[in-house]
Ligand binder design. Structure first.
Ligand code: FES
Ligand code: FES
Length: 175
């Protein structure tokens, strides 16, 4: 019997990812997170659910935080994408990554890239967030390990670090 299930035609897309122009061929149904992970080898954005709830896939798309499992790769054609891999510079951690390191904001780490990217979006909009504002900004990010307290501390630490600048001393007292 003839096979009637022809493979879907692929579409060429070009986007800027972490400052570099990248191209690919994707099926129209390919999700952005799958293109980033499987097409570009950027495996920092994780897939933690199939219900758009966990937030482990958060990236920036044209400067806005998005769950990359809710966006088709073809919708990102021509766009600018920032992933967790693009945050650090010259081998140094971004202050938010430093915050998670310093304040033990992770256990298994599965949610961490999404948490950090959501925190990045928050601190861009609001460099001095209250604890409530941090918790509200993380509404769309689930962590099954930490209880969130150290994640909030990590973001508070990062906010202070970003305010003080890279050479300013940072309080490291135990919590
Ligand atoms: Fe869970 Fe995207 S993979 S929200
Ligand atoms: Fe394990 Fe958040 S650190 S899911």
């Amino acid at each position: 019997m003839a096979d009637t299930m022809a493979a879907p035609a692929k579409v060429a897309i070009t986007l800027t990812v972490n400052g570099e122009q990248r191209t690919g061929q994707v099926e129209p149904r390919t999700l952005l997170v799958h293109f980033l992970r499987e097409g570009l080898g950027l495996t920092g954005a994780h897939v933690g659910c199939d219900t758009s709830q966990c937030g482990s896939c958060v990236v920036e798309l044209n400067g806005a935080s998005v769950k990359s499992c809710t966006v088709l790769a073809v919708q990102a054609d021509g766009a600018e994408v920032l992933t967790i891999e693009g945050l650090g510079r010259d081998g140094a951690y971004h202050p938010i990554q430093e915050g998670f390191w310093e304040k033990h904001g992770l256990q298994c780490g599965y949610c961490t890239p999404g948490m950090i990217m959501s925190a990045y979006g928050l601190l861009k909009r609001n460099p001095d967030p209250s604890e409530d504002e941090i918790r509200h900004a993380l509404d769309g990010n689930l962590c099954r390990c930490t209880g969130y307290q150290n994640i909030v501390r990590s973001i508070q630490y990062a906010a202070q670090l970003m305010k003080d600048g890279p050479t300013a001393p940072v309080a490291t007292s135990a919590d």
